[in-house]
Design a protein. Sequence first.
Length: 319
Amino acid sequence: MKKLGVLTSGGDAPGMNAAIRSVVRYGIYNNINVIGIKNGYKGLIDNESIEMNLSSVADIIHRGGTILGSARSKEFQEEEGLKKALNNIKYLGIDGMVVIGGDGTFRGAQQLCESGIPTIGIPGTIDNDLPYTQYTLGFFTALTTVLESVEKIRDTSSSHGRTNVIQVMGRNCGDIALYAGLAGGAEMVILPEVPYNIDEVCDKIMQGRARGKKHSIIILAEGAGEAKDISEKIREKTGVGTRYSVLGYTQRGGTPSAFDRLLGSQMGARAVELLKNSAENKLLGIRGNEIFDMDIEEALSKEKEFDLSTYELTKILSI
Ligand code: F6P
């Protein structure tokens, strides 16, 4: 392994920069040249690359976003796009790739692997929707961002005796909503994984009010519905003052948490180590305190297990 390429693709996530820094510095430490590919697979097709050195990654470990830029590329999924990308990899003399991103990024990694380019994937997405790993880079930072907003919204909900529906990201996965619900002491979470009944939601709000609760916070995963619709239904059925907030892209930015910086640093080095030892076609993950690698085919064939015990606990603690 003389030269490797690194890219970030899909929705950016806090901690991606820590991973890039680690790939670059651990690579250089091992006498491997590192090429940064800009704007994900799109940059691979358009040959937008930059030779990385020690100072290219100085002062980035604490920054959100990704210094390499990111994109979602449809062209890479087509034969012509893949061909261009492979030609550029050859032209740049790249022997192996490290790709940082989520599910779409890893489908791209699979294509690279099938085309004979040794590739290692680092899970980076706020959604935490990858089935084979317990956590992804960016998830805990996004949770902290959500919690900061929940606390602020709770203050005003309490002053006005309102119910507030807070919509969070996650695509089809409810993990941000679920974990923010537990950590933020929400009255209720609404998730794509569990069907909900609006009458039950309203009953819960009214029971809380009967006990003297001043506010209700409902955390809604974007994959389960629209905050505006649900808050309107609650108002119609209960007569309680309702408001809604869609937290949006604040969840994707910001200073990465200590955990995301550590995870990015450890996984970046591990990815280089794997390529150096001629391992190929692996995704990195974490379970408990252990970082592991798994064959890409196996990892992508898994189905995400819903964390039922956390859901049950959230319900119990919000009585
Ligand atoms: O995958 C990360 C994510 O932020 C999802 O939570 C959200 O549904 C989606 O990306 C938004 O995508 P885009 O950046 O293309 O608007």
